[in-house]
Design a protein around this ligand. Structure first.
Ligand SMILES: Cc1cc2nc3c(=O)[nH]c(=O)nc-3n(C[C@H](O)[C@H](O)[C@H](O)COP(=O)(O)O)c2cc1C
Length: 383
């Protein structure tokens, strides 16, 4: 399983784990993989707290951070005004599904996410104060100063892409490691499948290292990704049903019973197409009465408070909140049917990968023996 990217970032197994949850990041790093903390929902203060905690848990083992740096977003300052029609649509939806409000002492989620260059800059100031080995960016090429800063510090710059064209652009902007993320993936995703995208991206950016992402939750899939030429895998969904994950229990329960057909690409949470569980929420946003979604980050600001109420009341009797509950997850959700510790997920991926490699090796030697036998008997017949 050892590939050049393992030496480049100092890991045993080329299994990269994207998670917003610091416990998952530390657990995967400690299991010999590479944890990457999604920092978009962090403030500089909370990022510093989480990275300090990860430093303590991982004691010098490698990890990274991920920022969303979208090529396009709505510039916001202070508290932007959200269109009243959109607010009324969300309120009507919550009322129709009988979702109660929050208790007076619970502050409403603001949904503010760090997606501007200015926000990213202050998060990076914090991140570079910690021994990170990788910084990843999604949705747009990394800015030149990020690349220069990372390279000066010996930090690998990774970039998520959904097309070969995006991969070329990311490489030209200075990305060292390309993550080819197929449409199967949870979160923001394009339309091309992992099986097709990975070899296309490898060809486009050769000889740069490429990781495969999207739909990968088992060791056999890791083997398949590496058979395609990827140097490893980058997974997000598989960690959502781990013991360490902060996934809301109501959503986690839905994930454990969901099939691969139960996800949908929807703009309803962030304004950009992202794969998530199909639910009454995503269906309502597809309805005739639904307004067009707002540009990032306004759609998140519009919906964060509603999502908080929905999750909080998922188990409330008489409420339809559970029908609305959704979260980002990929098509691999169909294979997630148990809650396991993140370390066990890594161990099982490695064991399954080895089993596949051994099966292939056995088939090859069996095949060689068969053809040797055939040649022998052919020789005997011709004698
Ligand atoms: C809950 C969730 C949130 C995500 N948020 C981000 C993000 O903020 N930044 C990012 O680069 N990728 C994000 N992703 C995508 C992951 O980095 C990864 O590419 C993807 O999960 C891989 O596909 P998989 O979900 O099938 O494993 C997210 C994925 C999930 C499941």
């Amino acid at each position: 399983m050892h590939t050049p990217i393992c030496d480049r970032v100092g890991i045993e197994f080329p299994i990269f784990a994207f998670s917003h949850c610091r416990d998952v990041v530390a657990a995967v790093t400690n299991a010999g993989g590479f944890g990457v903390l999604g920092a978009t929902g962090h403030t500089p203060g909370t990022l510093d707290i989480d990275l300090t905690w990860i430093d303590e848990q991982t004691r010098g083992k490698p990890y990274g951070v991920d920022l969303l740096l979208p090529a396009s977003y709505a510039e916001t300052s202070g508290e932007p005004r959200l269109p009243t029609g959109h607010q009324a649509f969300v309120e009507e939806l919550l009322a129709r599904y009988r979702v109660p409000g929050l208790p007076a002492d619970v502050p409403a989620a603001t949904g503010s996410i760090s997606v501007s260059a200015r926000d990213a800059e202050s998060l990076l100031d914090v991140a570079f104060g910690h021994p990170i080995r990788l910084v990843a960016s999604a949705l747009g090429p990394p800015p030149a100063d990020l690349v220069a800063r990372a390279h000066e510090a010996g930090v690998v710059v990774a970039a998520l892409v959904g097309t070969a064209e995006h991969a070329r652009r990311q490489q030209a902007a200075g990305a060292d490691l390309i993550v080819a993320q197929g449409t199967e993936a949870g979160g923001h995703t394009g339309t091309i499948s992992t099986m097709v995208l990975v070899p296309e991206v490898i060809r486009a950016v050769h000889p740069a290292p490429v990781l495969a992402a999207g739909g990968i939750v088992t060791g056999a899939q890791v083997a398949a990704a590496m058979a395609l030429g990827a140097q490893g895998v980058w997974c997000g969904s598989v960690w959502l049903t781990t013991e360490e994950a902060e996934t809301h229990p109501s959503v986690q329960q839905k994930m454990l019973v969901a099939s691969s057909a139960d996800t949908v690409r929807s703009r309803s949470l962030t304004g950009k197409p992202a794969r998530m569980l199909r639910s009454a929420w995503t269906e309502e946003w597809e309805g005739e009465k639904a307004p067009a979604t707002l540009p990032m980050p306004l759609q998140t600001m519009l919906t964060a408070g509603a999502q908080q109420r929905i999750n909080r009341h998922a188990a409330t009797e008489g409420s339809g909140a559970q029908q609305l509950a959704t979260y980002f997850v990929g098509q691999g959700v169909g294979l997630l049917d148990r809650v396991r510790p993140a370390r066990v997920v890594v161990e099982q991926m490695v064991a399954d990968y080895v089993a596949v490699a051994e099966r292939f090796a056995a088939q090859l030697s069996e095949g060689a023996q068969l053809s040797e036998g055939a040649q022998l008997s052919e020789g005997q017949h011709s004698e």
